[in-house]
Design a protein. Structure first.
Length: 403
């Protein structure tokens, strides 16, 4: 009987290792994207469309009258809440806690958002309708990118993995700011003022070092409802609420860490996959080559694949050469190039921004999805191939932030 567990572990160890590593969330997203495309182009396409866009028989909030809106405005607020918790923790006591440690990630993330946007604008030209999508290729999907790194094992140094994670955190901050500043509808001042009052109340609890969860959760829900009605996208409430959570805690682990550890698995393995399945499906019936290679999908794909790697790689190269900030330790230039290409994997945030940029324009949203999937696939394959050819790092087989 004692041999059975050993034999079981021997047979299934590779499978288990795959799904407990930092590759698991990325692999799940890949499967979700494939499933969404299959569902949207199968005999179940009608049911797929009805499931997410059919009017709900009853909803407690009239603005959210279909499941797709509940996912994008409701569930994704929790995703942004987790992002906010991560940003706060890293900024106060993590990889972004000192001015020196912030230099390279901030520079790389800024260049990795600006250059893809410029590439996008260069491809779409003066088409004012398409210019609204300039921010779509500016975001990196950390789950997908870390998933590819997880598949590479020890062929990427731990310092470069940590750098990618840190750049993604700064990238998330930039994406949130872009959504708040450039994809906001008409502001309703009364609702916005009410939201501001809730933020003040949360900050007051923070100042009083209140370490109980329920007051913050209750006020976060109220804040989400007020922001939803203010004209600012409701998901911004998630980030703002997270920044109001105090770092203090009853033991060595802070409230921010406890909430992040509790919510992160739900975000990675439920919320983001559900969002991906609801948003990645593109009906290809009647879509010819001219639509697949239209200016919009080409601009997004070029921004993700070319813009990301150019912006991030040259930011690191220049920073290292002029002495502004050294490149990640033990990382060769080909490895840095490979990781820069992986930053062109845009899924969750890119799909989210495309829905905001081209609201109520389903044809453009579908073309944007094609560009996102195309650019992400090319970036994943190219980045993986380059890193696969690098020499192994025997002591860096796992990500430094995984226990």
């Amino acid at each position: 009987m004692n041999d059975r567990p050993s034999a079981f572990r021997l047979v299934f160890a590779p499978v288990r290792a795959l799904f407990v590593s930092d590759a698991s969330a990325g692999i799940l997203l890949i499967l979700v994207a494939v499933a969404a495309m299959l569902a949207a182009n199968s005999p179940l396409a009608g049911e797929y469309e009805q499931l997410f866009y059919g009017e709900l028989p009853w909803t407690p909030i009239s603005k959210l009258d279909d499941l797709h809106l509940w996912i994008n405005d409701g569930l994704m607020a929790v995703f942004f809440f987790v992002v906010g918790l991560e940003v706060k923790r890293e900024w106060i006591e993590g990889q972004l806690s000192s001015a020196q440690s912030r230099r390279l990630p901030i520079l790389a993330a800024a260049a990795g958002m600006a250059i893809p946007a410029l590439v996008y604008v260069g491809v779409v030209g003066e088409n004012s309708e398409l210019l609204r999508g300039w921010a779509i290729p500016a975001a990196t999907d950390i789950a997908f990118a870390m998933g590819v790194l997880g598949l590479l094992g020890n062929r990427c140094p731990a310092s470069l993995r940590l750098f990618l994670l840190t750049v993604a955190i700064v990238d998330d901050i930039g994406a949130v700011l872009v959504i708040a500043l450039f994809y906001t509808a008409q502001i309703k001042l009364v609702w916005l003022a009410a939201a501001g009052a809730v933020v003040v109340a949360m900050m007051a609890l923070n100042r009083m070092r209140v370490a109980k969860y329920w007051p913050y959760i209750l006020l976060a829900l109220v804040l989400w409802y007020f922001v939803l009605n203010s004209g600012i996208h409701a998901t911004i409430a998630g980030v703002v609420a997270a920044l109001c959570i105090p770092m203090v805690g009853p033991d060595d682990e802070t409230m921010v860490e406890r909430m992040e550890h509790g919510l992160a698995p739900w975000s990675a393995y439920f919320i983001v996959p559900v969002f991906g399945f609801a948003n990645a499906g593109v009906p290809l019936a009647g879509m010819g080559v001219e639509q697949i290679f239209a200016p919009l999908p080409l601009a997004i794909a070029a921004g993700l694949f070319l813009g990301k790697q150019i912006g991030i790689f040259f930011a690191i190269f220049v920073a290292d050469k002029v002495g502004f900030a050294p490149r990640p330790d033990q990382a060769s230039w080909p490895e840095i190039w490979g990781v820069s290409i992986l930053c062109g994997i845009g899924f969750t945030m890119s799909l989210f921004i495309s829905g905001l940029a081209f609201a109520e324009q389903q044809l453009l949203i579908n073309e944007a999805k094609i560009g996102i999937l195309l650019g992400s696939l090319i970036s994943a394959v190219a980045g993986y191939t380059i890193l696969r050819m690098s020499a192994p790092h025997p002591n860096d087989s796992r990500s430094p932030y995984i226990d």
